[in-house]
Design a protein around this ligand. Structure first.
Ligand SMILES: [Zn+2]
Length: 227
């Protein structure tokens, strides 16, 4: 099944698409396209824009639970409704997958420039580092600043027990980094760019955070530490 569409083609699956503009005249971005309509032309690059399906999501008007939302629903759309939404990534060719990885990086870059960090948890980063590679993120963890390891851990105990896989390297040389001594051995909130390929000293950690914009103690100590 073709997963890449051009302006003028019929939308066969309602869902979220990444738009790739011709010669990258605009950063890649996500749009919703609804079954039965046609992929539109870009005002700038016309029919040279490409739409790549990333996730099918049924139009609410054709969902059985919301069928009164719109009276007109064509037969084919009902057929689509029965199959429900699903990811299509398994059916993608390596070429398209690579294209989507590139598009995702473009999206992350766009969000970075908009200064909107993506809120994630340590668990998300550790479990699925590749899907956050290059993204501007905000995450909370337990920070240890040491000679050979400036590391953000899922929990304090992960540091105490040397469970390195639950840690992410932190690049404290970033320009936005301040107040080292204030942040050590505290739960902190950090905003920066995540890398799944750079894994710090000895490559022992689950990734790293660079280009740090913000690093602050996450909660008043008296609330997070029992006396
Ligand atoms: Zn365009």
């Amino acid at each position: 099944m073709a997963e890449e569409y051009k302006p003028g083609e019929e939308v066969e699956h309602s869902g979220i698409y990444i738009v790739l503009h011709y010669l990258d005249h605009a950063p890649a971005h996500e749009v919703t396209c609804v079954y039965g309509s046609k992929f539109p032309e870009c005002a700038d690059c016309g029919d040279k824009a490409k739409f790549v399906l990333i996730y099918t999501a049924q139009d609410v008007a054709s969902n059985a639970h919301f069928s009164t939302f719109r009276s007109h629903t064509c037969t084919a759309e009902r057929a689509e409704a029965r199959t429900g939404g699903s990811t299509h990534t398994a059916a993608l060719t390596p070429q398209t997958k690579q294209q989507m990885r590139n598009a995702r990086k473009q999206l992350f870059a766009a969000r970075r420039s908009a200064r909107q960090p993506h809120d994630v948890t340590m668990v998300q980063l550790i479990a699925n580092p590749d899907s956050f590679d290059g993204e501007f993120i905000r995450v909370i963890g337990f920070l240890r600043l040491q000679f050979e390891g400036n590391v953000l851990y899922l929990h304090r105990e992960d540091y105490e027990r040397s469970i390195l896989g639950n840690g992410i390297w932190v690049d404290v040389t970033s320009e936005g980094w301040k107040q080292d001594h204030m942040l050590d051995s505290k739960y902190v909130v950090i905003e920066g760019v995540f890398s799944s390929t750079s894994r710090g000293h000895m490559g022992a950690w689950s990734g790293s955070i660079t280009n740090i914009r913000r690093a602050e103690v996450w909660f008043p100590a008296q609330l997070s530490e029992p006396h």
